[in-house]
Design a binder for this molecule. Structure first.
Ligand SMILES: Cc1ncc(COP(=O)(O)O)c(C=O)c1O
Length: 553
């Protein structure tokens, strides 16, 4: 009996201990889970509660509405509204140590919406800026949600990029086996194209390994290239960046229509060869930045073929005009280029930024950039399959998903509409030129080739410096919110330059531009600045726009 009493006691103790241990374990597990949750919520950057996600959704929807509102009102109000001084000051704040609420974050973001460059407005005519489009907001959302690194590997985004590049190739008439890459814009596309041309001319292995100085010593003489006077500065910058030196890019004189004089080109190449140099490249321009001139690309293609030279085309805004039935015949020969650089963010209106480079000799393109250390080897299957990768065609390893917005843009609008919009801008430019020619105080200085018109306001009564006057007219047009042309120099004279790469522009916007140019010109020439409406400082969106602007808007 004693024995059985003792065993009962022992059994009870064991059970108590087991229950205690189990309870302890459960408590510990619960604590561990809590600790893990606590540590996750303090380091993850995503919302950590149902309320947090609900707040993200609600605020995102409201912000999206505000973005759509901005585009819906794009034809109204001022063209350019500078950031108010108070906001500039408020931006000077220390690097935040603690985050702000979702509401505060969205309020800060939305507060920027009135203060763009102005290039979404129908009277933005400065430099060569595309005007973007409302549908472009959507791929930005999906792109951010995917957060794809498009430098390499096998995933959905890479296939979208391949499709976009295939569309570009066929749009520009390049062969199926060419090299191609999406980049930030034509400046970067030019660097990629010219590096390929340089390395091919120097012998790819030597130029990549031993460096330019030793590689140059291996060819007959230093490399030299040619482009028309007035071609874009991104080419001289590329020569500088590639170590060739900007002096090695010769400026070929132009004909009265601002296109390259091919006789001069021939003479310059001959002279350089006689001097022991090595001509390797000719740049043709499809739409020059100052006046929109299109070089005789077909003849340059023939010339470069005969002389064994690389033919690069800068088609930053002009190349997409192949989509315009009116302009397409004038781009003949572009499809014969060794390389072509162009932008989606200019005359195609994809929201900033995206450009493209096409290189006829894919092998040379790959050899100029491809580099595969151990940690970047490809494979037949898995994530590391799908060779070659975009990183093999350019200098960047990590890259964003630019292809998505271009893909979405073509799907949304189609090439017919995009081409028609380009044609309409060319018609706008001719309309403006006719109007200017009929205006006594205006002197037009360039022929209309594409979408650019350059002119000066010349008052009947002689005033001082016309350069100063015309520059002041442009600044006044911008600061009063009326329109945003820019300036350049034609034959050393400062001119008002109007570039109409804008799908929102209406003919009446050009009427207003001419009328206001003359009004402001007369006002400034008379020395009467009392009519000034707004300065460059504090201004509210649309508040100080002049009454004539309101009529059009
Ligand atoms: C003819 C031409 N080439 C090149 C460029 C440079 O292009 P991006 O600004 O995309 O680098 C421009 C810019 O306006 C241009 O007009």
């Amino acid at each position: 009996m004693r024995t059985s009493g003792t065993s009962v006691t022992v059994t009870a103790s064991v059970l108590v201990l087991a229950a205690y241990t189990l309870r302890r374990r459960l408590i510990e597990r619960r604590l561990r889970k809590k600790r893990k949750q606590a540590s996750q919520s303090s380091t993850t950057l995503d919302p950590t509660s149902a309320e947090g996600w609900a707040s993200l959704r609600a605020n995102a929807h409201a912000l999206l509405d505000q973005c759509c509102d901005r585009f819906e009102a794009a034809t109204e109000g001022r063209t350019w509204t500078p950031l108010p001084t108070s906001m500039k000051k408020a931006l000077h704040e220390p690097l935040p140590r603690e985050g702000i609420s979702r509401e505060a974050q969205c309020a800060r973001l939305a507060s920027l919406l009135p203060y763009g460059v102005g290039n979404t407005h129908p009277r933005f005519f400065g430099w060569v800026n595309g005007s973007g489009n409302a549908g472009g907001v959507l791929p930005e959302l999906v792109g951010a949600a995917l957060n794809a690194n498009c430098g390499a590997r096998e995933h959905g985004a890479i296939h979208i990029e391949k499709q976009v590049l295939e569309w570009c190739r066929s749009m520009m008439g390049f062969p199926p086996e060419c090299g191609a890459l999406l980049v930030s814009g034509t400046s970067m596309a030019t660097i990629v194209a010219l590096k390929t041309a340089r390395d091919k001319a120097l012998g790819i292995d030597s130029s990549r390994k031993t460096g330019l100085v030793r590689a140059q010593a291996g060819v007959k003489g230093a490399l030299v290239g040619y482009m028309a006077q007035g071609a874009h500065s991104c080419l001289t910058r590329a020569f500088d960046i590639l170590g060739l030196g900007s002096d090695a890019l010769r400026l070929v004189p132009v004909r009265p229509d601002f296109t390259m004089d091919l006789e001069e080109l021939g003479a310059m190449v001959e002279e350089d060869r006689r001097a022991g140099l090595t001509p390797f490249l000719v740049v043709g321009t499809a739409g020059s930045v100052n006046v929109g001139a299109i070089d005789d690309l077909d003849s340059i293609a023939t010339f470069t073929e005969e002389h064994g030279l690389w033919f690069h085309v800068d088609g930053a805004f002009g190349a997409p005009a192949v989509l315009s039935e009116m302009v397409r015949p004038r781009l003949r020969g572009m499809e014969r280029a060794s390389s072509l650089a162009f932008d989606f963010h200019k005359w195609l209106h994809v929201n900033y930024d995206c450009g493209c480079v096409l290189v006829r000799d894919r092998e040379a393109h790959l050899r100029a950039f491809s580099e595969r250390p151990d940690y970047l080897v490809g494979d037949e299957r898995g994530l590391a399959s799908g060779q070659p990768w975009p990183m093999d065609y350019g200098p960047e390893l990590s890259r964003g998903f630019r292809a998505l917005k271009v893909w979405s843009h073509f799907l949304e609008h189609g090439t017919e509409k995009l081409g028609a919009s380009i044609t309409r801008n060319v018609e706008h430019a001719h309309y403006l030129a006719t109007k200017l020619d009929a205006t006594e105080e205006i002197e037009r200085l360039t022929p209309v080739s594409l979408q650019i018109v350059c002119f000066r306001y010349v008052p009947r009564r002689a005033v001082g410096d016309l350069d100063v006057l015309n520059n002041a007219i442009v600044v006044e047009l911008q600061e009063r919110g009326i329109a945003a042309p820019s300036t350049t120099r034609i034959k050393r004279q400062l001119v008002i330059r109007v570039s109409i790469t804008n799908h929102r522009t209406r003919f009446e916007d050009l009427d207003l531009l001419v009328a206001e140019t003359c009004n402001i010109g007369a006002e400034l020439a008379a020395g009467d600045m009392s009519l000034r409406v707004s300065g460059s400082g504090e201004s509210d969106s649309g508040a100080s726009v002049s009454s004539s602007v309101r009529e059009v808007a």
